[in-house]
Design a protein around this ligand. Structure first.
Ligand code: GRF
Length: 220
């Protein structure tokens, strides 16, 4: 069966991209990364892609008069690469509703909180300030509203005494590196469907999809 063609959009260090590269390097991988695109010239993630022999592109948003023009240039690259799925991995540009709708259910994001809690930035500092006991991450389909959309995978980690935002971020990031590959694997296997803005995972133990806890292996 043809592998799912995936484009990854980044703005920075690309550690989640690295996790996705690792997933696609598995013998039984049903997905391949055909393009890594950054809106930031020189983003560290671009080097990770090159090392893995993946085509890269830089579309600097500052070169364009507005969001639509920027997105048209991005989209041109996605279409040329024949991407069937777009993964946002630390991509720091808001996308217009038009773009999001055109890629509906083919566009996913990872966010460093257990959504719908802590949308937006500084998630870890805000979680610590609230004294929550659990933090985590969410992989979700993208919808026009920021950091919201049907949830594919969530992974929870404990908040420990003495955590600062950096320590919590590092623990959550480890969970991200398991959750994002799992979500990609499930989608590439054709097991993910969206009905009424809720995700169903065919063959998963829980009808609404996997939940990773810190001691889990790869989950579903
Ligand atoms: C991650 O924490 C991700 O959840 C958020 O941005 C960060 C990107 O990190 N959206 P990296 O570039 O994947 O290392």
């Amino acid at each position: 069966m043809a592998r799912l063609r995936v484009a990854v959009l980044i703005s920075g260090r690309g550690s989640n991209l690295q996790a996705l590269i690792g997933e696609c390097a598995r013998d039984d991988a049903a997905a391949e990364i055909v393009l890594v695109l950054s809106n930031v010239p020189g983003a560290a993630g671009l080097e990770r892609a090159r090392k893995a022999g993946i085509e890269t592109a830089t579309v600097g948003h500052r070169r364009f008069p507005g969001r639509e023009a920027f997105e048209a240039a991005v989209e041109e690259r996605l279409v040329a690469a024949e991407a069937g799925l777009v993964c946002l991995a630390g991509f720091m540009r808001l996308l217009t509703p038009g773009f999001v709708e055109r890629w509906r259910d083919r566009l996913i994001n990872i966010h460093p909180s257990l959504l719908p809690s802590y949308k937006g930035l500084d998630t870890h500092a805000r979680a610590l300030a609230d004294g929550v006991r659990l933090a985590g991450c969410t992989v979700h389909f993208v919808r026009p509203d920021m950091d919201w959309g049907p949830i594919i995978v969530q992974a929870a980690v404990p908040v420990l005494a003495g955590d600062d935002a950096g320590a919590l971020a590092a623990r959550v990031l480890e969970a991200e590196h398991r959750a994002y590959p799992l979500a990609l694997r499930l989608i590439a296997a054709g097991r993910v469907s969206v009905t009424g803005e809720r995700v169903a995972i065919a063959g998963a133990a829980a009808p609404e999809g996997p939940f990773l806890n810190p001691d889990d292996g790869a989950g579903a």
